[in-house]
Design a protein around this ligand. Sequence first.
Ligand code: NI
Length: 191
Amino acid sequence: MTVREILHVGNPLLRERSREVSHAELASPQMQQLIDDLIDTMHAANGAGIAAPQVGELVRIATIEVTHNPRYPYKPPIPLTVVVNPVVEFLDDELVEVNEGCLSVPNMRGNVMRHVNIRVSYADRHGHPHEEIKRGLTAGTFQHELDHLDGLLFLDRVHDTRSLTTWEQFERFHRAEFIERITAFVERVGS
Ligand code: NI
């Protein structure tokens, strides 16, 4: 088990576009080790996901998993998913305002607009292709992680900077209202 250091906002590597991974490279011990490290690091930090550039590796790989997450208790579960060279297609114009945080942006949350219905195409860690429809907060989680591969942070998508809060102030002033709204949303659209 290797928990890697997570880069924080301000580190220029978080602003780079990560490169695609070839099939042969994906099969290498180094790349498989990186995937294991991402999973371990995500688990250790209670993240809903983590992308390779967040540990300083500029390749288009991310891991996503939501079980009972203390950081985001309202998120529907997502089984452990390794995405390699992912591509997202927006299926319509429906958007939802989601309050997000990020392991690379310590102690900050803010509201961003995310597409509700997406199709994501990717290879898994064995190189097998997948194409799946994701909805609601699960779609939002995928969009957040895939943004990292293009050098984007949720901060870039915060449309009203007055929504920015520390985690403590979110709990104190905003959590109840957000959870009420987003729970109704999750029940309506699913994942
Ligand atoms: Ni993030």
